[in-house]
Design a protein around this ligand. Structure first.
Ligand code: NAP
Ligand code: MG
Length: 473
């Protein structure tokens, strides 16, 4: 059993000033895998002071130094590949292959990409009448959720380090261990003391202390909309800049000329991947009325290729992360059964999986966009099939949501693909399952958030532009 009751502050693992702890549970077995400290405001304050002390020198490091640092971090991260995969599967319940190909890999790419971006990044720009300097914003506070333990931490940290900003991180209580491994990785890469600090604990105490702390200049938060609002309210008291990466209810628009089997496979992958616990998951599948029946059949067939099961096995979809998440998802499935037609799945646990937070992959059809299951983010393996007759109607339905994180379109006709991609009000559109671009901005329109992560846009968040007029040359 892991026991790491310490926080990482100023380059050292140190005891918590409090005595409260919490258990970390393996969601596939419900066994306790470890215990962490629930940090206090005093712990968080120590971390902030360490970051402040590191700021003058870290923010003045050269671009070349930061490129080499990020490359060294990527190398050290790669050396810990097996341990990272193991720990993500243990704490999150992600199948081993997903922990490797998605979770491990995304973290690695963010560090590599930040180094690449810096090579062409200009921290100073000369204009006709002024010189624009992009200067480090200050100390950054990072608050992350449990669904992508290495992706969300790494994208924030890589951008912060690229910009020369020391950070204080509070990872999610339910998945702390992959984040804690980052401290050792940074130490091995030679990161200066105080540039990375990690305080474990609850959102109510440590997260709240981050968004309120007067010596934190910028808060980057990923999580739910409700907590995002609290972060903004707290940050307002000291006019702190905030970046929020929140939820989504993303549409997948299936065009009439799409290959039905491929489109169904895409739809299924969105509820299977990470057990649907993905902020960008397509959960509203917009299908032309003319092909509804064939599409439903194809979804059923494709679901059989991703059974729910033990994440130590190949080609499975794992459990949900926690009992709390299981209860939430069950509640939505019950609601769906009252308002729409159940095509596959339903409430309860899949056969033979009594231990662990496993839930049935569930598909509803005849869903109307104003139903609860079409409007609220479920964050589990639940698909809603909604039909449309014209492309304009599909676009209207796609945008009839408070969210705007992602959108997807599959089909053949280039003009229609372009029209749909341009019309969905969301920060990231994927046409025909195109690959991820780590240099492209990631973030939401509408209530899906404020600000952008990834690539050069991500680095800009940790910088303040300064205009200097009359700079002698
Ligand atoms: P959450 O409850 O909002 O928690 C996110 C983080 O905020 C956790 O570290 C949490 O601490 C902390 N927190 C809780 N209360 C806080 C407070 N009052 N002040 C400051 N921090 C606080 O979200 P979740 O349940 O972990 O994750 C699921 C949600 O995140 C979904 O809505 C999903 O869409 C969203 N999400 C969005 C993205 C994106 O990039 N847009 C990515 C992933 C997830 P604890 O450890 O104590 O919970
Ligand atoms: Mg939570």
């Amino acid at each position: 059993m892991r026991s790491d009751l310490k926080h990482y502050i100023n380059g050292e693992w140190i005891e918590s000033t409090g005595s409260e702890t919490t258990e970390v549970i393996n969601p596939a077995t419900e066994e306790i895998i470890g215990r962490i400290s629930l940090g206090t405001e005093a712990d968080l304050d120590k971390a902030v002071q360490a970051a402040r002390a590191a700021f003058p020198s870290f923010s003045q490091t050269t671009k070349q130094y930061r490129i080499e640092l990020l490359e060294k971090i990527a190398d050290e991260y790669a050396k810990r590949k097996d341990d990272l995969i193991k720990v993500i599967t243990e704490e999150l319940g992600a199948p081993l292959s997903l922990s490797e190909k998605v979770h491990y890999s995304m973290g690695y790419h963010h560090f590599k990409q930040a180094a690449e971006e810096l090579k062409n990044f200009s921290f100073i720009e000369k204009r006709d009448k002024s010189t624009i300097m992009k200067q480090t914003i200050g100390v950054s506070g990072l608050i992350t959720p449990w669904n992508f333990p290495t992706n969300q931490t790494s994208t924030k940290i890589a951008s912060a380090f690229a910009a020369g900003s020391p950070v204080v991180l509070k990872p999610a209580e339910v998945t702390p261990y992959a984040a804690m491994m980052l401290a050792d990785i940074f130490e091995a890469a030679g990161l200066p003391k105080g540039a990375f600090n990690l305080v474990n604990g609850s959102g109510e105490v440590v997260g709240n202390a981050i968004s309120s702390h007067p010596d934190i200049d910028f808060v980057s938060f990923t999580g739910s909309g409700a907590v995002g609002q609290k972060v903004m309210e707290n940050a307002a008291k000291t006019i702190k800049k905030v970046a929020l990466e929140l939820g989504g209810k993303s549409p997948l628009v299936v065009l009439e000329d799409a290959d039905i089997n491929k489109a169904a496979k895409t739809a299924v992958s969105h509820i299977s991947m990470n057990t649907g616990q993905v902020c960008t998951a397509a959960t509203r599948i917009l299908v032309p009325n003319a092909i509804k029946k064939q599409f439903e059949e194809a979804v059923k067939e494709n679901l059989a290729d991703f059974p729910v099961g033990d994440p130590q096995k190949e080609n499975v979809s794992g459990p949900l992360v926690s009992q709390k998440q299981w209860d939430t998802v069950q509640g939505y499935i019950e609601k769906g059964m009252n308002e729409a037609t159940l095509l596959v799945g339903g409430t309860g646990k899949p056969d033979g999986l009594d231990k662990g937070y496993f839930t049935k992959q569930t598909v509803f059809t005849d869903v109307k966009n104003d139903m609860v299951i079409a409007q609220e983010e479920i964050f589990g393996p639940v698909m809603s099939i909604i039909t449309y007759d014209t492309i304009d109607e599909a676009i209207e339905i796609a945008n009839d949501t408070v969210y705007g994180l992602a959108g997807y379109v599959v089909g053949e006709d280039p003009e229609t693909l372009q029209k749909v991609a341009a019309s969905i009000q969301a920060g990231q559109i994927t046409v025909n399952n195109a690959k991820t671009d780590y240099s492209a901005p990631f973030g939401g329109f509408k209530q899906s958030g404020i600000g952008r992560e990834w690539g050069d846009f991500g680095i800009e968040e940790y910088l303040e532009p300064k205009a200097v007029m009359g700079m002698p040359s």
